[in-house]
Design a protein around this ligand. Structure first.
Ligand SMILES: C[S@@+](CC[C@H](N)C(=O)[O-])C[C@H]1O[C@@H](n2cnc3c(N)ncnc32)[C@H](O)[C@@H]1O
Length: 431
């Protein structure tokens, strides 16, 4: 499929007046969500109706859902079970009657349940008042009585919103910060009332979505998978990869794990610290020289050699992911990365250029800049990693479009791809 670069350039990819959380994407917030119109236009322009679209860092499923809406087959991977739950619920439209029947059943179950022990996880008393813990435990048990799995999962997404709102965390923050003492004193949320309100909101969103797609969507494939490991997808079978990978390590950029932790703990899905598992979570060298990063790395190492090692670890992990992604794209297919170039120690890292260099079987079609007007992401991050010291690093991002022009030599025993794939089969990432 050939595309017109001119047509791509003519679009204002910022989509200034469009809400980032439009329609079904407003069901549950998630950090650094892709703007739905960006996903939609790219899928329309870069794939045919019978195409398979893959997002290996699918988060809350913006790409997966938009691909399904456009009739494509969709595959999404992520390491975060909360992200996968949200994506699954968004991809499975339910009619209002089913939702409200489930609500009634939960209300009935709540009447019967007398006392449930809250889960025991570290710091539960720090993040939840005793009364809130009791109410959340009862609500979770009531939801778990639902036999219909799609309805139960919908209720769990609503429950996750309630967990966050009823906790002692500051509202509108992705990271976990406790309410200041004067606010905490008066913080007395009614979990059941919150559930009723959020349920009504989410049911309205889902009802509209159900109507919009005529009650059905194709089923996606959504799985927990670490993109550093070979992807469980047929080689050269995907027409379009559209994804927005993490911008840097979770410690100093977007902490998806911290955002999700309390919900995951209440849902019984918390297994390990996702931020340590994310890209760059463990120090390792970058084995290849990337000319695009050379100057920036040198400048960072002069300021702080330890930070250079962390940055290298991030790019080493990103490169593993890219090699895996490259091998599943069809020759002639596209890989599109929506990335922001973050700063470390005040020095900008050209991740968009590094991605192009890391994918030798692809030709670079174009990189399209866009402003980040209302994406839920911290526009100020902590590149120095000193609390309180922030920098504006995320106000612009690039849509990097590449086309695969030759087959990946992953099956040729002497190729680097073959050796890396073999090595990574033994390299346990811990998911
Ligand atoms: C920028 S977000 C994607 C947001 C998504 N486009 C959306 O609209 O919700 C990046 C995602 O990468 C995931 N992630 C981080 N490291 C990963 C890894 N090694 N393998 C797969 N997913 C990973 C994070 O959990 C996060 O959901």
């Amino acid at each position: 499929m050939n595309i017109s670069v001119e047509a791509l350039k003519q679009i204002d990819w910022t989509f200034r007046n469009v809400k980032a959380k439009e329609g079904i994407h407003g069901l549950h917030s998630y950090p650094a969500m892709m703007a739905p119109p960006v996903a939609r236009r790219l899928i329309e322009m870069l794939s045919q109706p019978d195409a398979t679209v893959l997002d290996p860092f699918c988060g809350s499923g913006t790409v997966v859902v938009e691909a399904l809406r456009l009739g494509r087959s969709a595959i999404g991977f992520d390491i975060n079970p909360l992200a996968l739950l949200i994506a699954e619920v968004k991809a499975n439209p339910l009619p209002p009657k089913t939702l409200w029947d489930a609500f009634e059943q939960v209300q009935m179950a709540l009447k019967d349940i007398t006392k449930v022990e809250p889960p025991r996880f570290a710091n539960i008393d720090y993040w939840f008042k005793p009364q809130v813990q009791r109410q959340l435990a009862k609500l979770k048990s009531a939801i778990d009585t639902l036999q219909d799995e799609p309805s139960r999962k919908f209720c769990l997404v609503v429950f996750s919103r309630v967990v966050r709102e009823a906790s002692n965390t500051r509202p509108n923050e992705f990271k976990l910060f406790r309410l200041p003492p004067e606010k905490l004193q008066h913080h007395d949320p009614d979990v059941f009332a919150l559930f009723r309100e959020r349920f009504a909101e989410c049911a309205a969103i889902m009802g509209e979505w159900w109507q919009c797609v005529g009650g059905k969507l194709p089923k996606p494939r959504l799985e927990k998978h670490d993109a550093r490991k070979p992807l469980p997808v047929e080689p050269e079978s995907v027409d379009l990869v559209l994804t927005s990978p993490p911008y840097g390590d979770a410690r100093t950029t977007v902490a998806y794990g911290q955002f999700s932790r309390l919900s995951l703990q209440w849902l019984g899905l918390w297994k390990e610290d996702l931020d340590k598992l994310g890209l760059g979570g463990q120090i390792r060298p970058l084995q290849v020289a990337l000319p695009s990063l050379k100057e920036a790395m040198k400048a960072i190492s002069l300021k702080d050699p330890e930070r250079t090692r962390e940055v290298q670890a991030f790019y080493a992990d990103l490169r593993d992911c890219l090699l895996n992604i490259a091998s599943v794209v069809k020759v002639g297919g596209y890989a599109v990365f929506v990335v922001a170039n973050r700063k470390v120690k005040g020095i900008k890292l050209p991740t968009d250029e590094a991605i192009v260099e890391m994918l030798p079987e692809f030709t670079h079609i174009v990189s399209l800049p866009r402003q980040i007007p209302n994406k839920r992401m911290p526009s100020r991050t902590s590149p120095s990693n000193v609390p309180g010291q922030t920098d504006e690093t995320m106000l612009e991002e690039n849509i990097v479009i590449l086309q695969k022009v030759k087959s990946t030599p992953y099956h040729e025993p002497n190729s680097e791809q073959f050796r890396l794939l073999e090595k990574r089969k033994r390299y346990r990432v811990g998911v």
